[in-house]
Design a protein around this ligand. Structure first.
Ligand SMILES: [Zn+2]
Length: 134
């Protein structure tokens, strides 16, 4: 796997990040890239969320009260993390929306799937867990 070459900009203060294993994405930057260029992500109106419930409360902590205030029309953000020859899709933004939707019996939500370039631009290595030369 090749990692991004630039560190998370020091000027990005208070941004929203999501960490998965040794990878971290700046959700704020991904949203900025999509706002500036709609081709930075592919919109999918109906993404199945039924198998995401197992992560809630364990791997992913959420605030149930906050979750119920979230706007379900706001697309989730999904990052295609390159693994070997393929990629694994990681939900990097929208876990509270998933909680609300599942609790209301919904089975899908709208989502943006980042392009490979956007995914890489928004991914930063975790400084405390270096993975060797890049
Ligand atoms: Zn940031």
């Amino acid at each position: 796997m090749t990692g991004p070459s630039t560190p998370h900009p020091a000027t990005h203060i208070g941004c929203h990040v999501f960490t998965f294993g040794t990878d971290r994405w700046c959700v704020t930057l991904a949203q900025e890239l999509i706002a500036a260029d709609p081709t930075a992500a592919e919109p999918h109106p109906h993404v199945g969320i039924g198998d995401l419930g197992v992560f809630l409360g364990g791997l992913v902590r959420i605030d149930p009260d906050h979750a119920m205030t979230r706007d379900l029309s706001l697309p989730l953000l999904i990052a295609p993390l390159p693994i070997g020859q393929g990629s694994v899709h990681v939900l990097i933004d929208g876990w509270h929306r998933v909680y609300r939707a599942l609790s209301e019996g919904l089975t899908d939500l709208p989502a943006y799937v980042l392009t490979a370039a956007t995914e890489q631009a928004a991914r930063y290595p975790l400084p405390h867990y270096p993975r060797g030369p890049r």
